[in-house]
Design a protein around this ligand. Structure first.
Ligand code: AP5
Length: 226
């Protein structure tokens, strides 16, 4: 496979970020997580951040036109020439169509879409216990992946906090938004034979092993198609 263009799809809290961080290191590819990009824009009070904040605080998706440009720019960059990992984008059918159009303009296509799935109860348990490092977004969980020192990031020593959108009422709303706006992408990508399902309910190392196996299969299929 000459390039690897991956999308991580799944409900909030299914472990996309946890697996995405591992993949970024293993594959040495740029990792574009739209949630991280938007949170940084909010912190830096950029134009993008000002437009996105109210939507994010409510647990709504930011409008398609606000996010599509930010991703198109990254996919078209030199650092993404050998491939990229997208986490949290696309999240609506119009976003998926915009991504396909951009890739086609560049003479490229997606290699695969990994659906990391978990049910609503598991999502609520995970997001309720998530703690995120305020400086660099490293992710922990009070029960499933606790830091060595409570409230302190193991990686960079910064403070761990509860994300604004990890409050119980916002979590429920994010889940509703996922079911309504993002779940249709499962069929969208399945029809294009791009979808690969990963059981996100397993412990993180087992999920990582399944992701690794899936990527090996994708590579094999791509090599056979040449
Ligand atoms: P975003 O930051 O992308 O939020 P999300 O999709 O809701 O995903 P999360 O970051 O909450 O979860 P995750 O799947 O990465 O799970 P994690 O690995 O952290 O988006 C935030 C907001 O930005 C959106 O609501 C929207 O407003 C806006 N936005 C972003 N992209 C957009 C777009 N394309 N269009 C429009 N708006 C957009 O894991 C969760 C917890 O579980 C952690 O504590 C972790 O330690 C633990 N955990 C992980 N894996 C396991 C496991 N296997 N077993 C046990 N615990 C685990």
């Amino acid at each position: 496979m000459s390039e690897l263009n991956l999308v991580l799809l799944g409900p909030p809290g299914s472990g996309k970020g946890t697996q995405g961080e591992r993949l970024r290191e293993d594959l040495d590819l740029p990792y574009y997580a739209t949630g991280d990009i938007l949170r940084e824009a909010v912190r830096e009070q950029t134009d993008l951040g000002r437009k996105a904040k109210e939507y994010m605080d409510r647990g709504d998706l930011v409008p398609d036109e606000v996010i599509v440009g930010a991703i198109a720019e990254r996919v078209d960059s030199t650092e993404a020439a050998d491939g990229f990992i997208l986490d949290g984008f696309p999240r609506t059918v119009p976003q998926a169509e915009a991504l396909a159009a951009k890739l086609s303009e560049l003479g490229r296509a997606l290699s695969g879409v990994l659906l990391i799935d978990a049910d609503d109860d598991e999502v609520v348990r995970r997001l309720g216990g998530r703690r995120t490092c305020v400086e660099n977004g490293h992710v922990f969980h009070v029960e499933f992946n606790p830091p060595e020192r409570e409230g302190v990031c193991d990686i960079d020593g910064s403070e761990l906090a509860v994300r604004d959108d990890d409050k119980p009422e916002v979590i429920r709303h994010r889940l509703d938004t996922y079911h309504e706006k993002t779940e249709p992408l499962i069929d969208f990508y399945d029809h294009q034979s791009l979808l690969r399902r990963i059981d996100g309910a397993a412990p993180p190392d087992r999920v990582a092993a399944e992701v690794e196996r899936t990527l090996a299969t994708l590579k094999l299929e791509a090599d056979e198609a040449i």
